[in-house]
Ligand binder design. Structure first.
Ligand code: SME
Length: 160
């Protein structure tokens, strides 16, 4: 019998987390804990939520890992700003070679940022840093996009 991959196992745990969380905030808190605990190369895991101020800004939400100096990121800055303004997942295998990169920790080597959509609009994003180069392959991308979709659905429910 094939052994389930770590990503599949974590996805099942996420399904449970999504059923039991009582709010979008609780769901985001549980997701960052779960990913940080279970995925050994996910060294910093956090949500940024879009504040529709003038100009709009990404505000740090629930996170696991060391405190970051980047608690409020304008949409024209960083890999975070690029993901939110384009509405596209961004995977950076070597952060030092990407001029957009805003350093959070000297140990970070690679990063993935996935937008969270609610009612077809970017509402925030899930950002993950790794101390390992090119840590985020297709399975990681699928897993992180799945997390973002769970939060997007929950935000849609709570804004009804
Ligand atoms: N590296 C991000 C900033 C956020 S910290 O990684 C937590 C960026 O370039 O936007």
């Amino acid at each position: 019998m094939p052994v389930a991959s770590k990503h599949d196992e974590v996805k099942k745990e996420l399904e449970q987390v999504a059923q039991t969380a009582s709010s979008a905030k609780e769901l985001m808190e549980n997701i960052v804990h779960l990913l940080h605990d279970r995925m050994l190369k996910y060294n910093w895991v956090g949500f940024y939520m879009l504040e529709k101020s003038q100009p709009p800004v990404l505000a740090l939400g629930p996170f696991q890992g060391a405190m970051t100096p980047h608690t409020r990121i304008p949409l024209n800055e960083g890999i975070c700003g690029a993901a939110a303004s384009t509405g596209k997942t961004i995977v950076v295998d070597d952060v030092r070679s990407d001029p957009r990169y805003l350093a959070c920790s000297l140990e970070t080597k690679s990063e993935i940022v996935v937008p969270v959509f609610a009612r077809n609009e970017v509402a925030g994003e899930l950002d993950i840093d790794s101390h390992f180069p090119a840590a985020f392959g297709q399975e990681d991308r699928d897993l992180v996009e799945y997390c973002a979709s769970l939060v997007g659905k929950r935000l849609e429910q709570s804004s009804k």
